[in-house]
Design a protein around this ligand. Sequence first.
Ligand code: MLC
Ligand code: AMP
Length: 524
Amino acid sequence: MSQHNLFSALRAAFPADLDSTAVETTAPDGAPLLYTWADLDHASARIANLLTALKLPEGSRVAVQVEKSVEAMLLYLATLRAGYVFLPLNTAYQSAEIEYFIGNAEPAVVVCSPGNFGWVSKIAFTLGTQHVFTLGDDRTGSLLDRAAHHGDTHTPVQRKADDLAAILYTSGTTGRSKGAMLTHGNLLSNAQVLKEYWGWTATGGPDGRGDVLIHALPIFHVHGLFVAIHGALINGSKMIWFSKFDPKAVLAAMPRATVFMGVPTLYVRLLAEPGLNKEAARNMRLFVAGSAPLLIETFNEWQQRTGHTILERYGMSETIMLTSNPYAADKRHGGQTERRGATVGFPLPGVGLRVVDDANKPLPVGEIGAIQVKGPNVFKGYWRMPEKTAEEFTQDGWFKTGDVGKVDARDYVSIVGRSKDLIISGGYNVYPAEIEGYINDMPGVAESALVGVPHPDFGEVGVAVVIAKPGAQLNPEAIVASLKSQLANFKIPKKCFVVPELPRNTMGKVQKNLLREQHKGLFA
Ligand code: MLC
Ligand code: AMP
């Protein structure tokens, strides 16, 4: 059997000089911290040996909800290395959310922050998890304590391309989260394509060691966990690692870096820094944006201030990266080099993309329809939801993205909307049905609607509109406070209104477009 373990491919790309710096970061107390490539290899081997020693069943899930740290990345690498399935969880999730994920994924191992051990371990043990470890962002916790007793060499477990490497939960339109199953083959093929397409270079960066990536995104989603980490590792490139995005710190690191990746909010916040200029960006090679629509104003302002044209790309949890504006001349499209604002570029090599009508019939150039995709990057299906998986694929194997868009005469893809009822706020997805479910369960609530409205920082934020049952008195602040006690903070509506009625069409369906229109100026 040939070896398809993603870790092996990443490890093979480590530079020959294993004592050179792989990651540069600061400890929570502000002390500088350097990790060599040898450190990454040995520390991930220790954790992989610990996981192996637990003798977990084949295909076991390792669910992780910890603050961002280099060790959290090492835990990801160790999970791949040991052949298990990594399941990252947003640190903002609260107990009801965690209970759902653990109940649904049935992980054999859960790793949580030391401060959350009480409630997380209670949920996990109740639901049958055998092992709960802790990992702090200051290298404390039982995971590293236990791993320290294991050896620092480890042979990656053989995996087939089709074996699961990770499960990423993505909420569904009905409110129930679905686990997107990604294989070693999905992740590796996408990393290899992006290495080539974005011109990652092993030499020529500011320190003479090739590209240097500023990593400032969370590592529980596709963008920070796969696109950024795999991008750097598969090129043997150093990372300047930030546990939290701080525009001033990123700006200060920029002269030592060549590549930056961010959701649009990160670009908006960097533009608010007076020090962002051509001089600060002088050594940069590439700025990548995605996960949410990048406003053309942000794209243009960035060009004026830094002299660099942001490369916008488009992806999903289910597919990793799908399309990208060109980094260099793209021979498949007449050698075009232009990175065009308000477009997401061309389908990546190997990715099939079509725009179709309601009958799945491909539409002519320029017409707006549903975006469907195919390729080695497309996931294996939703965890334990075969019916849902079947619904989301056409009979001839195209995945329905739920995004609405068009392809122009020069082959550039634009996303113009979504058929799925989804709000993307600061790069995080908020599914209205989930929030409405919580509001509707509150005493005195008859019905509610959550809509996304424009926001200067987060791009889009949720606004809740609620109607009371006859005779009930509702307080918008109390509704928001109740949601805050139950849900991840980014899902909380930024504003809540109690109104006598909701606008409806003749079928009685709530007209969310009218609510959006009514509230679009709230944060202007
Ligand atoms: C934080 N807050 C948000 C928010 N993030 N509100 C709405 N949307 C968000 N995204 C709120 C908190 O609830 C809190 O409110 C207040 O802001 C401060 O919280 P914080 O945690 O201190 O915020 P901050 O650190 O400033 O975080 C903002 C951010 C973060 C933009 C840095 O949201 C972020 O890292 N976003 C990136 C998400 C990402 O990586 N997405 C990739 C998905 S992959 P209060 O009221 O409690 O004080 C994907 C596929 C693809 O989509 O194509 O890539
Ligand atoms: P997620 O399920 O968190 O992976 O989010 C995926 C969704 O993010 C996609 O289906 C799109 O709706 C959206 N998305 C990602 N990149 C872009 C982009 N560049 N422009 C617009 N929307 C995007």
